[in-house]
Design a protein around this ligand. Sequence first.
Ligand code: ASP
Length: 340
Amino acid sequence: MKKFIIYILISLGYIACEPKNTNTPSENSNQTIPADYALVIHGGAGTITRNNMTPEKERQYLDALHKALDVGEGILKNGGSSMDAVVQTIKILENNPLFNAGKGAVFTHDETNSLDASIMRGSDLNAGAVAGVSTVKNPIMAARAVMENSEHVMLSGTGADEFSNQQGLEIVDSKYFYTEKRYDALRRIKEKDLGFRVVDEDYKFGTVGAVALDENGDIVAGTSTGGMTNKKYGRIGDSPVIGAGTYANNATCGVSCTGHGEYFIRWAVAHDISAILEYTDLSVTEAGEKVIMDKLVKVDGSGGAIILDKFGNVAMPFNSEGMYRGYVKPGERVVKIYKE
Ligand code: ASP
């Protein structure tokens, strides 16, 4: 008993001396007591440097990321589900032409827009995805509808658009996805005969993603994209592929990726990160380092990921020059673009 009292007194003393939340959180944390809620987002990785950014553009991106976090946090704070938080957060980013998803989707070689999205629920490993859609305004909602209201995991092309229509989702003329900025980027890439290689600042990945943890401990991850500029032959990237661009498991973590999709598919990046947490004692930070900064770097697979575990620990690794990213949890908010 005496020992127990001494232990309690020492513990109380330790807690009293612990620094309070200083509000200068790092990008990586390692807590083992579950957070009430947490939300992490990305708006794409790529050639994003201070040199190719104006202060005004930077402000627009930061504002957009904060707005998305505000919406998702509002839902989680009020006891809403991680599913609603992820869908509504991604919707905000899809409706913003700054990002390569929804309204701001990049152009295919044939000068069309062809969008992909996926969502996964960590409580039961249920998932939904759409690939190559061109008329549903918010592909992330279509992905959710596939998960909740169909017997399938992935629908593609006109069938996926038709399903979205039948589900009562907002349908737009495909011209809705036209933006001058993305069209000019396609023209420049074609003129330079760059094919599909990502070689200059015309190419910023810009896909969007979100992972949320709600008060029930449920993790949901979602990703939405226009794919890669100048894609041909109905090319589909990693974003709608469960295990590649998106993965969630309540027992491990949720992951959403952005980058050169062919590598993320072949290295099964999102699932690989989850598997590391399942089979080892590594943290989200270490798992992210291993896959994004080691395995992918060795093969020149450019991009990044956001990772959120069941305790609310966040990692946002990327091997490109920048990644639009941020997270929020009670008392903490981080939004960043560049490496430092
Ligand atoms: N991963 C996406 C794709 O390959 C592109 C991106 O992240 O921006 O389609």
